[in-house]
Design a protein around this ligand. Sequence first.
Ligand code: UD1
Ligand code: UDP
Length: 385
Amino acid sequence: MRKIKVLTVFGTRPEAIKMAPLVQELKKCSFVDCKVAVTAQHRQMLDQVLSLFDVKPDYDLDIMKERQNLFDITRNALSGLKDVLEEVKPDLVLVHGDTTTTFVGALASFYMHIKVGHVEAGLRTHNKWLPFPEEMNRKLTAALSDLHFAPTMTAKENLINEGVDPKSIFVTGNTVIDALKTTVKENYVFRQPALNILDFKKNRVILVTAHRRENLGEPLKDICHGLRQVVERNPDVVLVYPVHLNPAVWDTAHEILGNHERIILLPPLDTDELHNLMARCYMVMTDSGGLQEEAPSLGKPVLVLRNETERPEAVKAGTVKVIGTARENVLKEAEILLSDEAEYSRMANAVNPYGDGFASRRIVEGILYFFGVSDKKPEEFNPKS
Ligand code: UD1
Ligand code: UDP
């Protein structure tokens, strides 16, 4: 029997982290011929992940430019992917999430009449502009997709409400939890010297990341001012911020948060370093999507530095709170978690609404079912089971 030819397409750090376990699972499956194409919308931050998870792309479009805009990414990824698709002629293209690579991967496949599977499908804020351009990227990708791998029941319901055929939706859990299960270790030793000398018992470590496009400029400045005040008012707090390489983020973070003995600004961390830091920290403050999924599973409270979230499950479970970007809110909400023990323990609950570590396996089973290799539809991920 001819193998199903599956081409995975991704380009940024979070896509790579969440696709790596799936690539590994696809490579193990004897019914699948798995190829990997990266647009390299990110370069160094993508390469860190590829190297950690030992993923070797078959095609690398190498499109990243400093201070690239959405037109650059769209144009260069689209023309590069045309050549790759013409050469590989896959039966199925898998894209992930909501970046511009995701949307363009789906669009290029559609133009060539190739089936599309969308991993991490169905996340919505229902606000076209927040996050920008991710909300539209994921909606447009859904419209172009034949198979929808929704991480949660809420995501599935969002897709059904938009008219997607329920038969094409598989609830799988999020593959980020598959990745997390392989990286967090009790006896982990940090390679980054600044992390190795941290005393997690003596100091309360706040892990911060912030990079979203709609937060660039004033909101990010406000966040940074608020964070500096948190550190200044709490002598046992150490803030660790691995800073995104976007110069618009890097410059602001260093300008406002630099030169403080209890603020550690680092370049992007390898994902195993980041995950193990998260497992040991006091709490997380972030505008990242991925961190909102990882931290609840490790029992860490999360303050979300945004005005909305497409990940309501952990908010409902009580471990994530959306606090916006105003400096007084950043300070106030952090102070609550630093001073109110009851509130801290209420939020510091390990919950797993996003996955059980078997999402990649369910996705492969879904692909085999879709192509008629197996007649068994994978069981839906259910956080309570
Ligand atoms: C992109 C995604 C966003 C995702 C984020 C994850 C889009 C439009 N945005 O945003 O959805 O949440 O990735 O981090 O798809 N840079 C480097 N080296 C790197 C990566 C980035 O120098 O390895 C710098 C470059 O100057 C680049 C800039 O960061 O031009 C911005 O990168 P870009 O991918 O356009 O936007 P992100 O904010 O990273
Ligand atoms: N991450 C990482 N190193 C870092 C910061 C984040 O490996 O220095 C990981 C993090 O664990 C998560 C993912 O990157 O899995 C989140 O990526 P990012 O915040 O860039 O994008 P988003 O999730 O917001 O799309």
